[in-house]
Design a protein around this ligand. Structure first.
Ligand code: PAF
Length: 283
C-alpha cells in the first residue's frame, strides 16, 4: 500500500493507473476505521482493480461545539487494517492541502433543499462541509466508483444529487449498514458511549424495526407511527432529535401509495448523537 499526503503525489499514481487502463474505486473516510469501513473497502476491491482510501477529519462538517477536536484518531491501527484489506493507495492529506485558503476562504458546494432537513436542521452547515470536501476529493482522486455507507442515508442522497448536478463522471454506490450483533449500527461515535449507554443504544435499531413491522403489517397512519416510535426511544433512555418516515428516493414526505420508504432517526445518548435508518418496501 502506497501512502501519499499531497495532491501531486496522488495525481502521479493516478496517472499511471489511467495509462494502464485500471479503474479506481474510492472510499473517503475520516479514519478510526471499523468493520463498516472495511466492508466499503471489500466492496471497492470487488469492483475495481485499484482502491484508494482517504483519511481526513474534515473540519468544515463539524459545527461549533461539536466533536471535531475530540474525534477519535487511530492512525496506526487504520493503516494496518487498510494494508490487510488490500488497499492500493492511502491518501492522508493535511488540512492545508485540502483547504489552502483556510476553512472559510475557499469555494463551497451547496446542495439546496436536502441539506437543510433532518440532520441538516440540527447541524447547520454540516452537509455543505461534506459536499465541499467530497467534491474536492472526487476531483483529486478522479475515481470511476465511490462507495459510501447507507448508515448516512441523507449524506448518500445529497452526494448522489451533487454528483448528478455537477456532472461528476462516476458511479456512486451505497453499501448496506454494518451492525454489531445486537443491531447497533457501527459508527466511530459509538466509542463515546459509556457501558450503560452502550446497553441502551440498540433500542434505536429496534424501534426502526418496529416501525418496519407496523408499516409492512398494513399500518398507514405515518404520524401516529412516528410519534409512538419517538416515545419508545425516549422510554428506552434516548433523546430523539427526529424520527421520520420518508420517500426513499428523495427523502420527501411520502404520498399515499408510496412503496419505497425509509425510516430515519437521530437521537442523543450521553455524548453521542446516533443516527440510523431502515429501507422499507411495501407490497
Ligand atoms: O461519512 C464520512 O465519514 C464523511 O462524512 C466523509 C464522507 C468521509 C466526508 O468527510
Amino acid at each position: 500500500m502506497q501512502i501519499v499526503s499531497t495532491i501531486d503525489e496522488l495525481r502521479r499514481v493516478r496517472r499511471d493507473w489511467l495509462r494502464a487502463g485500471e479503474r479506481v474505486a474510492f472510499v473517503p473516510t475520516m479514519g478510526n476505521l471499523h468493520a463498516g469501513h472495511l466492508k466499503l473497502v471489500r466492496e471497492a476491491r470487488a469492483r475495481a482493480p485499484r482502491v484508494v482510501v482517504s483519511i481526513f477529519v474534515n473540519p468544515l462538517q463539524f459545527g461549533a461545539g461539536e466533536d471535531f477536536a475530540a474525534y477519535p484518531h487511530t492512525p496506526e491501527q487504520d493503516e494496518a487494517r487498510l494494508r490487510e484489506a488490500g488497499v492500493d493507495l492511502l491518501f492522508l492529506p493535511s488540512e492545508a492541502e485540502i483547504y489552502p485558503h483556510g476553512r472559510e476562504g475557499g469555494t463551497f458546494v451547496e446542495v439546496p433543499g436536502l441539506s437543510d432537513i433532518l440532520c441538516g436542521a440540527s447541524r447547520p452547515g454540516h452537509f455543505r462541509g461534506v459536499a465541499t470536501v467530497v467534491a474536492k476529493l472526487f476531483n483529486m482522486v478522479q475515481p470511476e466508483l465511490a462507495l459510501f455507507g447507507e448508515k448516512d442515508y441523507q449524506q448518500l442522497s445529497i452526494l448522489r444529487l451533487m454528483a448528478r448536478d455537477l456532472n461528476i463522471p462516476l458511479e456512486l454506490i451505497g453499501v448496506p449498514t454494518e451492525r454489531e450483533a445486537d443491531g447497533l449500527a457501527m459508527s466511530s461515535r459509538n466509542g463515546y458511549l459509556t457501558p450503560e449507554e452502550r446497553a441502551i443504544a440498540p433500542a434505536l435499531y429496534q424501534v426502526l424495526r418496529d416501525v418496519d413491522a407496523e408499516l409492512t403489517g398494513g399500518g398507514r397512519d405515518l404520524a401516529t407511527i412516528e410519534t409512538a416510535a419517538a416515545t419508545r426511544l425516549q422510554a428506552a433512555g434516548l433523546r430523539p432529535d427526529y424520527l421520520t418516515i420518508r420517500r426513499a428516493a428523495d427523502l420527501q414526505l411520502p404520498q399515499a401509495g408510496e412503496r419505497r420508504l425509509v425510516v430515519l432517526a437521530a437521537a442523543y445518548l450521553g455524548r453521542a448523537r446516533l443516527i440510523d435508518n431502515l429501507l422499507i418496501t411495501l407490497d
